[in-house]
Design a protein around this ligand. Sequence first.
Ligand code: ATP
Ligand code: MG
Length: 575
Amino acid sequence: MYYSKLLIPTLRDDPSDAETVSHKLMLRAGLIRKVASGVYSLLPLGRRVLSKVEKIVREEMEKAGAQEVLLPALQPAELWQETGRWDKYGRELMRLQDRHDRDFCLGPTHEEVITDLIRREVRSYKQLPLNLFQIQTKFRDEIRPRFGLMRGREFLMKDAYSFDADVRAAETSYRRMYAAYHTIFSRIGLHFRAVEADTGQIGGSSSHEFMVLAQTGEDAIVSCDRCEYAANVERAELREASTSSSAETRKAPPKMASVSTPGQKSVEEVCAFLKVSAHALVKTLLFVADDLPVAVLVAGHHDVNEIKLQKELGAATLALANRETVEAVTGGPSGFSGPVGLQDIDILADFSLKAQRECIIGANKQDTHFKHAVAGRDFQISRYADLRNAIAGDPCPRCPGKLVIDRGIEVGHVFMLGTKYSDTMDARFLDQHGKKQPFVMGCYGIGLSRIVAAAIEQNHDAHGIVWPRQIAPFDVEIIPMQEKKAPVMDAAIQLLSALEAKGLQVLFEDRKERAGVKFNDADLLGIPLQIVVSERNLEAGIVELKDRKSGEKQGFALDQVVDAIMRPGNGPISE
Ligand code: ATP
Ligand code: MG
């Protein structure tokens, strides 16, 4: 394809409204343009990359036995009311009304629609297992759409749903999808890790997230430095700290005493002011769980994990208490809360505090903390539990190893749903004995448009994008340096035909631009191989082949460069 004919509006400078590398580069390389917050147009190069991702995903889904369907984006409220999600999904659900004032939403996901289809069409165990997938636009009115395609309000997802006769068969479906996901992300050329994920309110069964490792990832993931254990930080279990007996025998801490901490609210401020480490401090956070206040204590260097807390409390709703509630419950201003004197509310403490003999805590009084506070002596703990996020160096829950923390971008999610939807929507089939049974379901999502951003996040350098070969918008870019010189153009066009004849996708840089501009744009676009055809090299009978990733340049005779590109280990097709 000729560059001059394509819409590739490159930008020389970083756009001011883009924060992440991938967002900047997608705008600069002319892959996307913003239409509204979280809503983007894909331009020709962006569309090409996305199509390649789609192709790989589609192929692997079909290999894994899933059948493609296309469900509607526009969904009637009744289906969502049946599962209760019309209310539960909250403001992320894009709602609208038709001309008859009937409620609809634009699908953020498709469990309701697919379960409705299957309960109408599948009657017998003989029709199972069944796995249906689609590639379709999803709509979610995210609180904070950002980073371009990474977190959009409209985005492309592959979602698949499996239906099985029993849990064992459903586990087989789950494992097949899990394996297919491994193949997909490997084929795309991503450096990724599958981690155990939280199953949220659904609880119980398995769930894994596929994370592309990248510094800018919104998710923190833990993995063990010894064994295979890896989990989303929200999910990572922490063991109860062992209380050392020597601690018991040491002499009791001095009496609790108040210290003045004027204006020092945060852990950092208090620690700096009192010249102690964050380990010495205990944070007291007030939450409201199902309308009841509860105090939660964690060490100064730890953070409360709200998912664990909510599970521990068995609460349907959980939120940090607002300023008024904090004042009403503690009698002091927020920022100085502590457990001493708190009455009539549960005080939960993280496991790790069991081993702590004394601590510094808020005194429920303006500009005041207590030192030498001792649990059981100066304040009471209702119970200890695993309530915090893992941090680097925590012990692995499976082996004597230690946890390390990485950042990741969630590109895929596999989830055992069990009978959650088949029960609420009464979707049942007849088993061998003629008895009605609920379908056992699984659901499996991949963020196709997010993958494009994640791939760039992982594959770029100071000059621009460095596409993994399988999803590059073109395989090769030919750059004739002097477009006015007939021998240069003749040789370049000859190469174009030869490469296209081999089935390669070639971008032909025919613009009337300075060589410097062409080179810079070529590096920005990140096509894996560049062939530079120059007058001087042609006189010696050669052209230059540049590998975008390594930057290596090599001269090849004009009639050998195509073979060199197609050679296993070098050609874009062969990897
Ligand atoms: P996140 O925690 O990032 O919001 P999610 O858990 O809500 O993701 P799922 O419902 O599991 O996501 O959706 C399946 C996949 O769709 C995710 O793994 C992710 O790759 C992608 N995805 C989800 N939300 C968005 C979004 N707003 N923009 C782009 N891709 C998204
Ligand atoms: Mg989400």
